[in-house]
Write a protein that binds this ligand. Structure first.
Ligand SMILES: Nc1ncnc2c1ncn2[C@@H]1O[C@H](COP(=O)(O)OP(=O)(O)OP(=O)(O)O)[C@@H](O)[C@H]1O
Ligand SMILES: [Mg+2]
Length: 256
């Protein structure tokens, strides 16, 4: 089946299953608000199973790019071509669980199939929350709520997982646990991932590829090949970190 690609008029995109090994294909993708251009003719492919981290200064357009890929950007001005799979999931910084639904009901909401509850229970077990099915979201910690959000996403076996600073509000120890969990889940379910973070180390611990968005364009696109398990003390890790901080303009600011 040929990719179902749409030429974009005012933020409309085509959506379809891609059989080429590329799950995301964006070409000349532009987005803006009023007369402000936020994304300026971006080309981006993401392969099946590839984990791509997206860095960039605040306001550089990371969420705008993610929202374009999630087709959540109906009101922006846009142009370019974009192909994304229909089966995709989005995780945000807050879990966005429905407060009036118990944990298992949150996970399976809208999930088709007679085995939906069983699949929901299995997904909760995968994220380490077996036994908490009947809890209310407010009874869970922030990290536990994010694990429910991951279970809710992955139970749908998405071809594309879009994550906008999903661990940004968590404490350092919980983040370390979430990194290990996310790597494990991605290795098992092999979605293509676009993961926004402000944290260069987080990007280097998780991603196969790290992009830096600057001035509406992808200013840096690097493949990250590090020995497993990845360690901050690895000299190659340090080199990547320095170069990424440079691409983010951090050194210039510190020394200016
Ligand atoms: N709905 C909107 N209406 C008008 N301008 C918007 C809208 N959404 C985003 N913008 C503008 O687009 C630019 C990029 O915003 P975006 O949220 O994509 O940045 P970001 O890189 O995700 O930033 P942060 O790291 O702070 O989350 C910003 O200047 C923002 O003010
Ligand atoms: Mg953002």
């Amino acid at each position: 089946m040929a990719p179902d690609t749409g030429r974009v008029g005012a933020g409309r995109v085509g959506a379809g299953r891609v059989n080429t090994g590329r799950v995301v294909r964006a070409s000349g993708l532009s987005r803006g608000f009023g007369d402000r251009v936020v994304l300026n003719s971006i080309d981006l492919d993401i392969a099946r199973g590839e984990f791509v981290a997206l860095l960039g200064r605040s306001g550089s357009g990371k969420s705008t790019l993610l929202r374009a890929l999630a087709e959540l950007d109906d009101n922006v001005l846009g142009s370019g071509e974009l192909t994304v799979p229909r089966n995709r999931a989005v995780v945000f910084q807050d879990s966005r669980l429905l407060p009036w639904a118990r944990v298992l009901d949150n996970v399976v909401l809208g999930l088709p199939g007679r085995d939906a509850l069983d699949r929901g229970r299995a997904a909760l077990a995968e994220v380490g929350l077996a036994g908490r099915e009947k809890a209310w979201p407010k009874e869970l910690s922030g990290g536990e709520q994010q694990r429910v959000a991951l279970a809710r996403s992955l139970v749908r076996e998405p071809e594309l997982l879009l994550a906008d600073e999903p661990f940004g509000a968590l404490d350092a120890l919980t983040r370390i646990r979430m990194h290990a969990l996310l790597r494990e889940l991605c290795a098992k379910h092999t979605p293509a991932v676009l993961f926004i973070t402000h944290d260069v180390d987080e990007a280097l611990l998780l991603a196969d590829r790290v992009l830096v968005l600057d001035d509406g364009r992808i200013a840096s696109d690097r493949r990250v090949e590090l020995d497993s398990p990845r360690r901050h003390s690895d000299p190659k890790f340090t080199t990547h970190r320095d170069e990424l901080l440079h691409a983010l303009g951090v050194f210039e600011e510190v020394t200016a």
